[in-house]
Design a protein around this ligand. Structure first.
Ligand code: ATP
Length: 302
């Protein structure tokens, strides 16, 4: 397939934001879920130029999904805190409705999703009917994706395996020419060949037509040469990140898995140490009775 010129792709979302070299700009982002007592994302800054591929990682609960959802415009944050293609992710609904900003997340196990619409998957529908039902798609791109994802158009979506259903869902999510793609662990159900082929496709998308991708994952096999940027979150803060060339550990290690494992173990040890110190401090603190609490003596006068 001949890649369209970058300027043509950038003009999918009107408004002149195509002049901006950065596809994603996050400035000192703080985010707290409604009714939550503590912040999930804290003082997070991240800049991704067009065409970059960012690996987003961190321990369970570090805030990866939350960050991707904020970037996808699913939660309201300050207009300057998150700019996608030069526009505020939450406030500019055209970003998602045009397909320029696309998010593929964990809900895909149960739902079909594309261009911001999620449809619960219940019916006995053929894969081909769903894929060919999406309008305004480049037929060459559609054929390429069907082949890449090894999809049998006769698969009935309520009867196939999780991995097969996932392939159809990924195909539908990629039919339109996104400019920024947010991937939240979408390859977990896929076999090794399917996953590696897909990662190669994503790399081509970035190199050939300047798409920008953020990929959150815990699976590092075959990812060594994939990312151009990295973001490692710890309790909602980006403690390591930026262009991969600026991350010293990535220059010497041969396996990404070993680098991230080391960070995760260090983080866990640090957390344990802090918890032990806090418990020791609490145990050592003098135990003064709280004068505001009721006592047997006070109870006598009630
Ligand atoms: N809807 C919500 N309301 C309140 N807190 C939430 C909500 N969703 C997530 N959290 C909290 O935000 C924190 C970050 O969760 P998040 O799902 O973003 O982490 P993650 O890094 O994606 O984890 P994992 O690797 O397990 O997928 C967790 O402490 C979680 O409990």
């Amino acid at each position: 397939m001949t890649a369209p010129p970058l300027a043509a792709v950038a003009s999918v979302v009107p408004g002149g934001e195509g002049q901006d070299d950065n596809a994603v700009v996050v400035r000192c982002l703080d985010f707290t879920f409604p009714l939550s007592s503590s912040p999930t994302i804290q003082q997070l800054s991240l800049t991704l130029p067009r065409g970059s591929r960012c690996l987003l990682t961190g321990a369970n609960g570090a805030g990866k999904t939350s960050l991707l959802q904020v970037l996808a415009g699913k939660y309201m944050v300050g207009q300057d805190a998150v700019r996608i293609l030069g526009r505020p992710a939450f406030h500019d609904i055209h970003l998602v409705s045009s397909g320029a900003l696309s998010y593929l997340g964990p809900q895909w196990r149960r739902d079909i999703a594309f261009a911001g619409n999620n449809v619960p998957m219940q019916g006995d529908i053929a894969a081909g009917k769903m894929i060919y039902g999406v309008e305004g798609v480049d037929p060459e791109r559609r054929e390429r994706l069907i082949k890449l994802l090894d999809i049998d158009l006769n698969w009935r979506l309520n009867k196939v395996s999780d991995g097969q259903r996932r392939r159809v869902q990924i195909c539908m999510g990629l039919l339109k020419l996104y400019q920024v793609l947010l991937l939240d662990e979408i390859t977990v159900d896929m076999d090794v060949v399917g996953r590696l082929d897909l990662l190669h496709f994503f790399k081509q998308e970035c190199e050939e037509r300047g798409a920008t991708i953020i990929y959150a994952t815990h699976i590092f096999d075959g990812l060594e040469a994939w990312p151009t940027h990295l973001a490692y979150l710890e309790a909602g803060r980006m403690v390591k990140g930026g262009p991969v060339g600026d991350v010293p550990e990535l220059q010497t290690a041969t396996k990404l898995l070993h680098v991230v494992e080391h960070w995760l173990r260090e983080e866990k040890a640090g957390r344990r140490q802090r918890e032990a110190a806090a418990a020791a401090a609490q145990a050592a603190a003098p135990k003064h009775p709280n004068p505001l609490l009721s006592s047997k003596h006070m109870a006598f006068f009630r």
